[in-house]
Ligand binder design. Sequence first.
Ligand SMILES: [Zn+2]
Length: 1084
Amino acid sequence: MGESSQYPKLNFEPHAAKIQNIALDRLRELTAGGQYSSVNLTSMYVLDRESDSKYVGLSVYSVPNLERPLFDEAIKGEFKPTHKGASFGPSWSTHWFKVVLIVPERFHKYGRVEFHWDANNEGLVYLEDGDPVQGLTGGGERVEWVLPKSFLNGKPHTFYVEMSCNGMFGNPDGDTIQPPSPDRYFDLSTADIVAPNMEARQLNIDFWILGDAAREFPSNSVEMHKALTVATEIMNTFKTGDQESVLACRQIAQKYLGNKINTADVYNSDLRPIVFATGHCHIDCCWLWPFAETKRKVARSWASQVTLMEEYDEHHFTASSAQQYYWLETRYPKLFKRIKAKVHDGKFQYIGGSWVEHDTNMPSGESLVRQFLLGQRYFQSRFGKRCETFWLPDTFGYSPQLPQLCRLAGMTRFLTQKLSWNNINKFPHTTFNWVALDGSQVICHMPPSETYTAMAHFGDVKRSVTQHKTLDSDETSLLVFGYGDGGGGPTAEHIEKLRRCRGMSDTVGLLPRVHMGDSVDDFFSRVEGKIINGIKFPTWYGELYFELHRGTYTTQSNNKKFNRKAEVLMREIEAIATYASIQKKRYQYPKKDIDHLWQLICLCHFHDCLPGSSIAMAYEESDKMYEEVFTMGAKLFEDAAASLGISIIPKLGSRPVAINNEQWPRTEVVRVPKDTVITNKQVAETHNYALVSASGPGIARVVDVKPTSAVSATEVSFGIFVLRNDKLQATVKGGHITSLIDLTCDREIIPQGRKANQFVIFDDKPLYWQAWDVEIYHTESREEIPDGKVTIIEKGPLRAALTVETKISSTSWIKTTISLAASTAGAGSYIEFDNEIEWDENMKFLKVEFPVDIYNTEAAYETQYGIIRRPTHYNTTWDAAKFEVCCHKWADLSEHGYGVSILNDCKYGFATSGNLMRLSLIRAPKAPDPNADIGRHKFRYAILPHRGGVTEEVVRTARDFNSPMQVSYVGQGYDDKLASLVRLNGAPGIILDTVKRGEDDKDIKGEEVLKDRAGRSVVLRLYESLGGKASTIITSSLFVKEVWKTNLLEDDLESVDLMKAGANTTFKITLRPFEVATFRLLLG
Ligand SMILES: [Zn+2]
């Protein structure tokens, strides 16, 4: 053999093995800017460019007063000549450009001619007829619009560019989350006709992905070395300015990327993909920009996507939030029509089923229901089908009831990824069954690339396996790519990169095989199929607690207060309007107005609004929305009440009453105006007090206070005050409760030597995200606020009260009214704290403490339709991470037989550490709103000692505390029909939470009419509040024909057997622990 071998005998040509790091470093030289740009590929991207005013005629209308007119109005403005290089501003202003373009003849030979526009801010190109076609994001990111072929004829063509003087992330002054600069100006640096060198552009992307393979594949892999060899060959082949060499280089790239990467055909292989990429664009409804700007961001972002779909057959795009579609529909009808067509083609995929991508920590149960009801009804009415996947990639933690509510809203899947931001523990699953408090489950997927704004990098595809935590069950995953947060979405570059990734997987392997073209629902359907076929996935029970952004339970506290008050108000409006519409022929149920108010409330649930993480401008807008809710809401309530003969103001011969909107007996002290004639009253400074009592739902009447239940306030020795009724005795010194005795149990609540209602202040300097985060170390800076000055203001017999004036600092103070009401039979007594605060601090956190003589390793917190139990200790890092948690109307620490609840009327942040209960009151972050929470606030909280653990007493008292009975007036002959409309008789844990009219009732048409349903119906939503299977008998004086158990969308699911039909209809229901159940009573 040796004799005949071709192997040369002699070698006089030395060849060095590759020095790997140098060979890798060299790859930068082909496409980098800077010193190589005149001699590398970047010098070849443009074949020709023209910006002379002969060809690009520019005139501008600068809109006054930071207004944002729509196209039809804007083009009526006075346009004045302008030029490339001119400067436009200030921040948030709008400038409309009329562009008259003549494409010079020398460009007509090119297959593709583009218009490039870059002012380093956001823009939108409109055709002459007002159709928006291309979003522009500036800063080199998305600057081109491909000119229609019809423009290449040497004639003038007109189009418009709407310039918004803000970037994708608003107008930050340096650091992104710092308050926006009001005075930014933007130079129009580019307004050019450009003939691009498409092959040079494509080679750039070939080489990018090839280089990534060389850099990111394991250095001991064959695939890495092959990538480096091919990339080096390209570098050695490329000759600056030589188009033939570009084509040759692209041929070389195919050795690694395959020969199908120039079209969508690359995805047509029979090799099984495991990473499913979907284009997406996360558009925050407000954040570092106002809501008003978002309305335009939606148009810019989605216009670009529709245009991109024309060019890329595989491009599929997913967008959530019915509100954003609704904005588009009403403001940009032409674009909406084109999107509708793409929805029809399956390319533009609506998702989420909710009105916006909302917070899920703080909205009430009914608020979450309305997100789905408004969202699903909108999608169904516009596109014919509901969503199957709930989509919240960016929200700050997830309520344990979401799986139940999703299932009840017709969705079986859930996508998020925010838990990848946890800064203590790593969440252990990628795809799993997430189980609600009642046992309902959804499939949850958290894309392993750990982002919803992937740039479709090689690394994103790679991490889809390397960071996948559920490979034992299923190796598939979603890759969600495209510019986001401030809008944008995928670019051509992203789609081209994914083609190369796929080509590479099919040619050399190793990289997970990515696919484009399936929908998110296709992905979930396959996973669902696997589960149905017996493949087990991990389970996660209870809340998906987010280990970051814990300050969002407290920041922008007025916004949170408005939310709570709006939720309470809507419940009252819907109930009374329902009764009025059934009872009074002339009263029309205000369905459109109610829908409108819920739309406003749901918009404000957006995950940067309610959590408090937006700029000041956004809160000016949300304050206006809430103002509308309260003004219109009050009117709706008054109208409905008036139709039933109940008046908010006294009339001649009327008597004062109150409405009990709950199912249990209530006796409460109410405020009555001075001029109301009333015998049994306690006189106070600006008003009187009366005791009203109702044995159940309906009208509460004024009653006498019994001497045994009277309350007193006394100064027992200098500076020591005692409030007492026959159930509680509180000793107050300097504004602190030094003793609280439950007289019925002979039990002291406050540990020896400790002080309850102690205000404490903390340094509040998180690691970065000021408005968002309070960090674990803040407790180390605890400082007690000194004693305040105490004065008795009310001495009974109905209410006894002290005021405490406390100085927090040289700039802040708090005035607290500590009160105790006369005790009432069958109901618990609590000490109430009604606060007015003037707050002006810098990065401080005010809380109030209640040390209690109770021992338990778990505390309980109210959440939507249920209870979350969380540790009071820090055994593990998972426990310690919950140092600040979200509660709704109450938090409770109970041991066997006895407990203490802290109630609140508008707060959400809480911490229970050992036996110390701490309610979070107010923060002072300086970014992104430098004045967040500075100023005057009012809020109430209370301490409720009680027998047993969490029982109906806690749940009911907290509800009553949040909607105290209000005095109103009826005539002498008033017949109270409210009392018998709906009555519950059974397990006390079942709460009747919502009474409303049926969405599709023919007589009350609202915004979305989906189906005409004959007859009138009343919808009752109930839930089991304590965590145990429970039954109740429901009786109604309405003439009921049929009762249906429905889902949240009011689809009839099962017929309910009536024990008695017709007048005084009676039926029995049984609920699982923490089940939410909706019933539709079809009236005869
Ligand atoms: Zn977001």
